[in-house]
Design a protein around this ligand. Structure first.
Ligand code: X90
Length: 276
């Protein structure tokens, strides 16, 4: 089966070596500039420019044509998107599926709404590779991946929620508390793919402790973890160390947020995808 895995860039994943793969960029837009969230984006410069910028800033998801281009000529496409509850990316991918299957009878597209973003999408992509390399059929892969997705999770810790609030992704009330007096908001991607703030913590240490507790409550037992941070390597490494205290054998990867997630998670933010 000539397959391809396609994600949108909210996954913070821009390459998957050795596998037919594409990352479709979202965009960060202001009145004067557009930042394309691909591997070439200089995130530090973008954040600096946005912090100096006085006007409105927002984001846009990939359109149908961009998804279609990424499907290319694959016979079996697995497309993983950011939660349909916060973005139009999934809808665009679904429309691209209809067009693609109409234009090329016999080819198939499976659109997967992660109901999440970031590292949880990476876990899904990595599991797809495993399933596809084991020679499962398109239909078998679809069943198995949906079952896997029922047991993956995403947690976050944020120091600032201004961009989320300004763009209508969280209530201004929740956002207001965040950042004041060193308050960090820790929470999760809810079952319906919304941003669910669960804890207001004073300082990073308390927030990381709350996150470990949440991981255990969501059934974490030493499986894969993907931590992405926005210029907060120290907190990411602290969290990794805490996870390894509980589960010395766990595979915990630390990486950087890409453009879209850096815009919304903002400086200091952490996102943690894990297997429950
Ligand atoms: O279509 C678009 O313009 C993209 C909109 C994306 C909005 C939210 C992105 C949030 C990214 C924040 C922490 C994790 C939250 C998880 C919620 C499911 C990062």
């Amino acid at each position: 089966m000539k397959y391809k895995i396609v994600v949108d860039s909210s996954s913070n994943l821009y390459a998957l070596p050795g596998v037919p793969f594409a990352s479709v960029p979202l965009k960060i837009v202001t009145n004067s500039r557009e930042y394309v969230d691909d591997a070439n984006l200089d995130i530090a410069s973008m954040l600096g420019e946005l912090e100096d910028y006085k006007g409105r800033s927002g984001t846009s998801c990939p359109n149908v044509g961009e998804w279609l281009d990424a499907f290319d000529d694959a016979e079996a496409v697995f497309a993983i998107t950011i939660t349909s509850n916060l973005s139009g990316s999934y809808n665009a991918a679904c429309q691209a599926k209809v067009d693609y299957e109409d234009t090329y009878p016999g080819r198939k597209v499976c659109c997967l709404d992660s109901l999440s973003t970031g590292g949880e999408m990476v876990l899904i992509a990595q599991k797809l590779v495993e399933l596809l390399e084991n020679g499962l059929s398109f239909e078998e892969v679809e069943v198995a991946i949906r079952e896997y997705m029922a047991h993956t999770h995403l947690l976050f810790m944020l120091e600032c929620m201004d961009n989320l609030a300004k763009n209508g992704r969280v209530s201004p009330l929740v956002a207001k508390a965040c950042g004041l007096l060193g308050i960090r908001v820790a929470g999760c991607a809810s079952d319906v793919g919304t941003l669910q703030p669960d804890h207001k913590c004073r300082g990073t240490t308390k927030a990381l402790e709350a996150m470990i507790k949440d991981m255990l409550e969501k059934g974490y037992k030493g499986g894969k973890v993907i931590i992405d941070h926005v210029f907060n390597e120290a907190a990411a490494q602290d969290l990794k160390a805490k996870i390894l205290e509980h589960f010395p054998q766990a595979s915990v990867k630390v990486g950087a947020c890409g453009g879209l997630c850096s815009f919304y998670a903002e400086r200091g933010g952490l996102m943690v995808g894990f297997e429950g």
